[in-house]
Design a protein around this ligand. Structure first.
Ligand SMILES: [Zn+2]
Length: 405
């Protein structure tokens, strides 16, 4: 067996160097794609804490990596669906986001109380502890990284929306156990094999995602929870279709293919082997770039609020959506929001036609529903039929009128 020909180890670049030579997140992603790994010493039989595979070390899959990063930068893109066969790094990519997740302000109370709750519903809208803190001027939130919440396929509806806690105190907010959806607030909610999830659970997730909150009712008790999350689903189409109305609810849709290029496949193999042999060292070799990417994402997330979409750029895009025969308004919402994220990732505050072009396939594919096209065609036929029947009725009536005379 010949030794794999790995380029002799270059010194790992210092953070300063990375920060200076790389201007934007986009450049950073491309830069790391061409990085070759120095050789690693296997770490024999050592128990290591779980370290996710470095996101930037995933070979190829440019569109998938871009879509997930856009989701971190702008939660308004409305979710991401990854469609592809097994073994195409879909789950790896999602879990690898862990070290790139930005910070958000989050409630530091187990019941999720927020100052907005008090502003909207008065002091009784929060738990007694938080009411006291609020009165004393103590903050109810802390900066905290976005989390990756995975929904297990065997989750019950009660786990998803929450259940009633008989042992808890009488305060209404405390009697209902927060479900996975409430825990997913301001986080990423990942569902692998989403096409196998039960309809009832899927509908409750999509409704919460669309509204940004949901209400649980148990007899006389009810509680409303915030659920502003970025939904990420992955599926293998060989294992079952996704209902068309569910497909439409996802902003970006990425078709994930296996790597086609032989050199890419070999590089992917080597990186996975290196990771398995010595995760800590392998992760360390990408840590400079990962830290640079994480701070770029945080900056882009703040910048995206200021990114403008000029009419002259938006109008031709809407015309194109119409020309494609796409009815769903979600098409342009997603398209524009992801283009804004793309511009923010490039350090700009205005969307260009090129930004729209870069994200168009992800935002627009699988939007045209065969069902709707056929349905409308059929409907048109029905309308025509109805009209001619009514005309016939008119003629007969006129004929009767004439015969009476
Ligand atoms: Zn509280």
């Amino acid at each position: 067996m010949t030794e794999p020909d790995i380029t002799p180890s270059e010194p790992v670049e210092s953070k300063e160097r990375v920060a200076h030579s790389i201007r934007t997140l986009r450049e950073l992603v491309d830069y790391v794609a061409g990085k070759s790994l120095p050789s690693l010493t296997p770490e024999e039989g050592r128990v290591t804490e779980s370290q996710p595979f470095p996101y930037l070390a995933i070979v190829g899959q440019h569109e998938m990596k871009l879509a997930l990063l856009l989701g971190l930068i702008n939660p308004n893109i409305g979710g991401i669906l990854l469609i592809g066969p097994r073994g195409t790094a879909k789950t790896t990519a999602v879990r690898s986001l862990l070290n790139l997740l930005p910070l958000v302000d989050r409630s530091n109370c187990p019941y999720g109380c927020l100052p907005e709750d008090i502003e909207a519903g008065g002091i009784d809208a929060v738990c007694p502890d938080c009411a006291k803190k609020y009165g004393e001027g103590i903050s109810l939130t802390l900066p905290d990284p976005v989390r990756l919440i995975e929904l297990p396929l065997n989750a019950r509806l009660e786990d998803v929306v929450g259940g009633i806690d008989e042992r808890a105190a009488l305060h209404e907010r405390m009697r209902i156990r927060r479900g996975i959806l409430a825990q997913a607030d301001r986080n990423l909610l990942y569902i692998d094999e989403i096409n196998l999830l039960g309809d009832e659970i899927m509908d409750s997730i999509l409704d919460a995602a669309a509204q940004g909150n949901y209400t649980v009712r148990r007899g006389p008790i009810s509680a409303t929870y915030r659920a502003r999350f970025v939904l990420i689903g992955s599926m293998n189409p060989e294992e079952g279709k996704l209902r068309p109305q569910i497909l439409d609810r996802f902003g970006l849709r990425v078709i994930v293919h296996g790597l086609e290029n032989i050199a890419d496949r070999l590089e992917a193999y080597r990186r996975v082997q290196a990771y398995l042999a010595n995760p800590r060292q392998m992760v360390g070799q990408f840590s400079g770039e990962m830290e640079a990417a994480a701070s770029e994402i945080q900056a882009a997330r703040e910048r995206v609020r200021k990114v403008a979409l000029p009419d002259r750029v938006a109008n031709p895009a809407i015309a194109l959506v119409q020309k494609m025969g796409i009815d769903s308004l979600r098409a342009e919402i997603t398209w524009f929001e992801s283009a804004r994220a793309y511009a923010a990732a490039d350090g700009r505050e205005e969307v260009t036609a090129e930004d729209l072009q870069m994200v168009a396939p992800m935002a627009l594919r699988l939007r045209r529903s065969n069902f709707m096209t056929e349905y409308l065609k059929g409907q048109m036929g029905e309308e025509k039929e109805l009209k001619s029947l009514l005309n016939g009725l008119d003629r007969r009536r006129n004929a009767r009128k004439k015969s009476k005379k």
